[in-house]
Write a protein that binds this ligand. Structure first.
Ligand code: CNA
Length: 238
């Protein structure tokens, strides 16, 4: 076994206060493309960059085009949790892991059985009316054609945080709180380019910060342990 993975395994064995903070790279091994890898959404041909389509001003201006992108690119059928999601859920059940803080919107941590999941950017598995806030089933936004509308006339939207929108204050506070108190912080599958989420690492006060990411990140020199390997493969060895 790789010495980095051996070190991480030891930290995991010794701790009962682990927090995991992850991003899109956690779900690529389940078949969901991330944004910034070579085969990620940023490299695919689309009329506008994902950051533009996934912004609040774009959603308000052109909900038709937003929903075309949403259904074609964000909703991926028959995806299953991979070894990383599954092992994280096990670690929670074993009383070793306190929380999963995720930038993902795909619901795969919950599908794997994780209970304390702090979804910084919301979830495409929930929907509500942007005008009267009535809650709707996700099928309405994830399938079908056109722009789904509420009886009140408002556009039904996914419960995700679009670019230009603030994060949910209570989710952010809970994430800061558990990261601040964590003994081991494992950060994985995130380019650490999207703020304010990436800045959460700064709240960690311990000396066991592990970064598991395929490519380099701006925080590599800040971490106590860096593993540039596939996260599913790493977690299947922990
Ligand atoms: P990102 O910027 O696309 O970065 C992903 C990172 O993961 C890259 O640095 C990759 O090198 C790395 N990576 C890819 N595959 C693996 C792997 N198997 N093992 C280890 N590392 C890997 O994504 P971030 O999460 O950093 O950016 C935040 C955005 C992306 C958030 O707003 C998300 O909502 C959004 N997003 C989410 C999903 C999802 O829910 N699955 C998918 C695509 C984008």
């Amino acid at each position: 076994m790789d010495s980095g993975i051996q070190q991480l395994k030891k930290w995991v064995e010794e701790s009962n206060n682990i927090v995991f903070f992850g991003g899109a790279g956690v779900s690529t091994e389940s078949g969901i493309p991330d944004f910034r890898s070579v085969d990620g959404l940023y490299s695919q041909k689309w009329r506008y960059p994902p950051e533009t389509i996934l912004s609040r001003s774009f959603f308000d201006r052109d909900p038709e085009e937003y929903y075309r992108f949403h259904r074609e690119k964000l909703v991926i059928e028959n995806v299953k949790p991979n070894s990383a999601h599954i092992r994280l859920a096990q670690l929670e059940r074993e009383g070793k892991l306190n929380a999963v803080v995720t930038q993902n919107i795909d619901g795969l941590h919950q599908a794997a059985g994780s209970k304390n999941v702090l979804e910084l950017h919301g979830s495409i598995l929930r929907a509500y009316c942007s005008k009267c806030r009535k809650i709707y089933p996700a099928e309405l936004i994830n399938h079908g054609n056109g722009v789904p509308r509420c009886g009140c006339g408002g556009v039904i939207r996914p419960d995700i945080v679009l670019y230009e929108e603030p994060l949910d204050e209570s989710v952010l506070t809970a994430a800061i709180d558990c990261i601040r108190k964590a003994d081991v912080l494992i950060v994985g599958g995130t380019s650490l380019n999207v703020y304010p989420a990436a800045g959460l690492i700064n709240y960690y006060k311990g000396n066991k910060l592990a970064l598991v990411n395929l490519s380099e990140t701006p925080f590599d020199s800040y971490a106590d342990l860096v593993i540039h390997e596939k996260i599913g493969q790493v977690f299947s060895q922990l």
